[in-house]
Design a protein around this ligand. Sequence first.
Ligand code: MN
Ligand code: MN
Length: 460
Amino acid sequence: MAVDDPFAPAHVPARPLHLVGEAEAGAAVGALAEPARRWLAATGFTARAGRLALWPDDDGLPAALFVLPESPGPWEAAALRQALPPGDWRIVAGADLVDPFHLALGWRLAGYRFDRYRQASEATPLARLVLDEPPRARILAEAVVFARALVDTPASDLGPAELEAVARELAAERDGRIEVTSGEALARDFPLIHAVGRAGARPPRLVDLHLPRPGAPRLVLVGKGVCFDTGGLDLKPAQFMRHMKKDMGGAAVVLGLARALHALEVAVDLRVLVPAVDNAVAGAAFRPGDVLRSRRGLTVEIGNTDAEGRLILADALALADETAPDLLVDVATLTGAARIALGPDLPALFTPDDGFAALLSEAGAAHGFPLWRLPLHEPYLRLLESPVADLDNAGSSRFAGAITAALFLRRFVERAAVWVHLDVYCWNDESRPGRPRGGEASGLVPLALAVERWAEARGS
Ligand code: MN
Ligand code: MN
């Protein structure tokens, strides 16, 4: 990937950048020197949020004024960077209008490009800002970039083995332990993961990464790692299969989150579970109507092989739950129904724990990464009734699909003190500042901030 160089040291000569709030923008423009004022009037500048004014300074180089909305967050900072001409800039007015954490986070994310497969990057360099980058902003931005790049990497170069390699690297760099279960042991101990992945030319596995911290609250992260989802024998239509390289987005998010939590030195005993599979079409594929016995013992009739995510998560959650963790979080690109309900930008949040729901919702809303809580409405479990097994993995109703998927997962969690499930999109269909079309690390930033606060509260 091209190395982005977002920040400039204080001593470099830099062009002046004025930040103003929308309400004060008219007055701010009025306070500029006469030539600048006349230039802006003559070029038809209107002081509305998101607008950038440029004028030639005394030395013939551009000076800039950017109009911020009320309470700007990281995406406004990203829009600013994208709008500015390349070169080094220094904020000369209005620096107090934007939180330095948001400014730095958005500014760095505006530089994300996935150009691994381009011969040469033809993109023009982006503006640099004279700023002492807050370390927390850098850590979170780098975690997002790391996860996005994994999602953007095509399935041809990112299968279960490559996902395992990413976790191994993470463990090696941080004195962690890693255990990987595959083959016959996987079939015996994690039958649902094996059943979903067994048709894949690349063998399925369960990756179990542990960054121990004795005495600290125990957190287990579980991330859906379907490296490509064809839908299995109940094959997906082409339009829905097109972006299924992103079906390991949950794994990417939890691996990025683990990096961030470690770098932030959050006091948790951290375990990351990634069931990594290809949901493929082949002679060995699991079939509609098959009945599978899960690790926990519950039997599942396969109503549709495209509802594979909840199957692999069920066995991973069961393993996590056996140790009764203090907090168990799973992240998964699980249902289209969550997107129908909430669209691409709002991860669906499920948890029986009001306290953690509030922590997560507040962290998201305050920092530009909102989520939305949906109910674990137990009566809807009837939609997953099977005539022959304990559960059907899909059910025949099209109603409440995100909720029934969450209820399915809940059947495999009993002992964890707090369980949280995020149903995420992990994709941007359109390009916006800081959020180019392609992979997204949905839920990563609010989870990092919420877990940080949760651990602080537990430790005090
Ligand atoms: Mn599927
Ligand atoms: Mn899937």
